[in-house]
Design a protein around this ligand. Structure first.
Ligand SMILES: Nc1ncnc2c1ncn2[C@@H]1O[C@H](COP(=O)(O)OP(=O)(O)O)[C@@H](O)[C@H]1O
Ligand SMILES: [Mg+2]
Length: 272
């Protein structure tokens, strides 16, 4: 594991992630995110954009795809309701020699390396956890570690994006944090043609007629404001394909069964 030393304190750094995610369609969303991160003058600073949408609309995928475009290492921090302020910054760990060592979070590792941090599902985090990020998210661009007493400044290439699920906040994100997480980029369900492309990207081995069936189902569900997502669609197609391979039965029989197995029988009303 990579180590670095700040003010005499040695930190082990978290590693970047490498995911096989590609963003398909809705190019303008990618552009909006990249624009928010741009710095257009020596006196300019980047934004800390927020991606908002229902579960499974592609928030994490968009964040990752945009981050990759910057050509910088990409780091992921999965926020939960149990995330403590120090988890976001620096935590003590027992080293192999039994001595205390310090581990930089993926966020601090990204700050030091000039990488991009995806703070995923930030809406799950408590107000206390958010408070530790306040100075990072304005023009100070640093964090303070209570445990080590260090102040860690962000590398000038550091960028952050926060994803938030629209309707599952565990805590109220405080107003002074909301105002630091701008602009807000809303992601909606894709149109049918884009949804088909997304399914093809994720399931390149699936016959188009199966994916079309799933898109028809999803579009009817979206129109009814149902929470079924592209992710659900991928699972429906994938399970139907597996059952076809296992049983030799045909898609017409197995697709409705797969819808039921993946989403329950309430979902059957969106089939023709
Ligand atoms: N525009 C898109 N391009 C490519 N894949 C997508 C897109 N939208 C959704 N997906 C796929 O749908 C699934 C859910 O996306 P994800 O980014 O995890 O959603 P969220 O973070 O909003 O819950 C993933 O498998 C992802 O690959
Ligand atoms: Mg996500």
């Amino acid at each position: 594991m990579e180590q670095t030393t700040i003010d005499g304190i040695s930190l082990s750094l978290a590693g970047p992630v490498s995911l096989s995610l590609k963003w398909v369609g809705q190019d303008e969303l990618l552009q909006q995110l990249l624009a928010a991160w741009m710095v257009i003058d020596d006196r300019d600073i980047p934004f800390n954009p927020r991606l908002i949408g229902k579960p499974g609309v592609g928030k994490t995928t968009l964040a990752y795809a945009a981050a990759r475009r910057l050509g910088r290492p990409v780091y992921l921090f999965q926020a939960t309701m149990d995330t403590r302020p120090e988890d976001l910054i620096i935590t003590p760990v027992i080293g192999p020699d039994g001595k205390i060592q310090y581990a930089a979070s993926s966020l601090v590792s990204a700050m030091l390396k000039g990488g991009v941090l995806i703070l995923d599902e930030g809406n799950r985090m408590s107000e206390k956890a958010w408070a530790s990020l306040a100075p990072l998210l304005d023009d100070r661009r640093y964090v303070e570690s209570i445990i080590t007493g260090l102040r860690v400044p962000a590398h000038r290439d550091f960028r952050i994006v926060v994803t938030m699920n629209e309707d599952s906040s565990t805590f109220e994100v405080p107003e002074y944090i909301h105002s630091r997480l701008q602009p807000q980029i809303f992601i909606d369900f894709p149109e049918a043609d884009e949804e088909l492309m997304i399914l093809k990207e994720n399931l390149p081995f699936a016959p188009t007629r199966i994916l079309k069936y799933v898109v028809d189902f999803l579009q009817r569900a979206h129109a009814a404001d149902e929470l079924y997502s592209v992710r659900d669609g991928i699972n429906i197609a994938r399970y139907a394909l597996k059952m076809m391979a296992a049983t030799g039965k045909d898609a017409a029989e197995l697709l409705p069964l797969s819808v039921e197995r993946v989403l329950g029988d309430e979902a059957l009303r969106y089939l023709t």
